[in-house]
Design a protein around this ligand. Structure first.
Ligand SMILES: N=C(N)NCCCC[C@H](N)C(=O)O
Ligand SMILES: O=C(O)CCC(=O)C(=O)O
Ligand SMILES: [Fe+2]
Length: 334
């Protein structure tokens, strides 16, 4: 079975790296973003002690908290007291994808907003609702988020260089993605997946599926850095042929994909690839994706050089990332 490419980002994190090593990384990245939109990321510098701990803390929150404790940080609709429609705990079945209830529970944390106007809060403009237990969860995640922002910045820097490799010459800055994410409206999501009820068999990857752990979707922004436990055959990625393939975890590597804003910037040269989760079996799967996204007010329109590279016409309208995101979030919950 085809597997995803592996990209070593170390040349973009080490100050002493050579231009040649960066060029190699950028070239591989360009191919990965063009072919699958999904790849494994190594050389990111985040230790397995850190990632193991993050997964363990998330697992403990989901499995050791009572329903009452979870309810204390329940996500509430925007406009209600203390709810901003996005932040907080979401029960199994509360998330909707493609019009169907997903079979997972989750907590969403977002970049803090400068000034909170509320309560009541506008959509996404409220406070983060952190689990109180385990007590170590909040400081550990805060440190982890700092590290991930550095890795995300290195990846978008490399992506800017990758576009510099296009045939079409242009004076558009290589750092356009670095600038557009300088005040990233990131999302840190922890997800708990009990096995889907019913059959334990994995079955045919491309057969009919009655219920999804998370239905097929694309991510919204720039770069998703996914940390998942070692459960195999859960996350599936759709190839250009339409067939689904498993993206199994590799110890020490993040699974990375690009989001809708990257597709728009590149005028479709890079693909924001469909993916989904079907988790069967006895074990409780945990994943912790970090969405390294544009600034809330970033204006995203196809880059001129990408438009020229693809026949001269922009295939996407201009969007403000925050508007795009709030439209998505508004339709994400029951
Ligand atoms: N920020 C992201 N990507 N969060 C997870 C998205 C899961 C799919 C979502 N329910 C949808 O229908 O788009
Ligand atoms: O749990 C996973 O492996 C992927 C989750 C995902 O695609 C998402 O939350 O956007
Ligand atoms: Fe996703």
């Amino acid at each position: 079975m085809a597997t995803l490419p592996i990209i070593d980002i170390a040349p973009y994190l080490a100050p002493s790296s050579t231009p040649e090593s960066r060029h190699d990384t950028a070239q591989l990245l360009h191919r990965a973003c063009t072919d699958t939109g999904f790849f494994y990321l190594t050389g990111h510098g985040i230790t397995s002690a850190t990632t193991d701990r993050i997964l363990d803390l998330a697992r403990r929150f989901f499995l050791e908290s009572s329903d009452a404790e979870k309810a204390l940080i329940q996500r509430k609709d925007a406009g209600l007291d203390d709810g901003d429609g996005g932040r907080g705990y979401q029960k199994i079945g509360e998330n909707v994808t493609g019009g169907r209830r997903d079979f997972h529970e989750a907590v969403d944390l977002y970049a803090p907003v400068q000034e909170e106007h509320g309560p009541p809060y506008k959509l996404l403009m409220g406070k983060n609702l952190w689990p109180q237990r385990p007590q170590e969860l909040k400081p550990a995640f805060e440190n982890y988020i700092k590290e991930l922002k550095q890795v995300g910045t290195a990846v978008v820097k490399a992506m800017g260089d990758a576009l510099g490799l296009l045939a079409t010459q242009s004076d558009e800055g290589a750092d356009v993605f670095v600038e557009a994410t300088g005040n990233s409206f990131w999302v840190m999501r922890m997800i708990g997946y009990p096995g889907l009820p019913g059959t334990n068999a994995q079955g045919d990857l491309n057969g009919d599926v009655e219920q999804f752990s998370c239905g097929a979707h694309t991510d919204y922004g720039c770069v998703t850095l996914l940390l998942a436990d070692q459960t195999p055959n859960s996350l599936q990625v759709q190839a250009k042929s339409g067939d689904w393939m498993s993206a199994n975890p590799i110890p020490g590597a993040f699974i990375v994909n690009i989001g809708d804003m990257m597709e728009r910037w590149t005028n479709g040269i890079w693909k924001s690839t469909n993916h989904r989760v079907i988790h069967r079996g006895e074990n409780y799967r945990v994943s912790v994706p970090f969405f390294f996204e544009p600034n809330f007010d970033a204006v995203v329109r196809p880059l001129q050089k990408c438009v020229r590279e693809t026949g001269g016409e922009a295939k996407y309208t201009e969007v403000v990332y925050g508007d795009f995101l709030t439209r998505k979030i508004a339709g994400n919950f029951y």
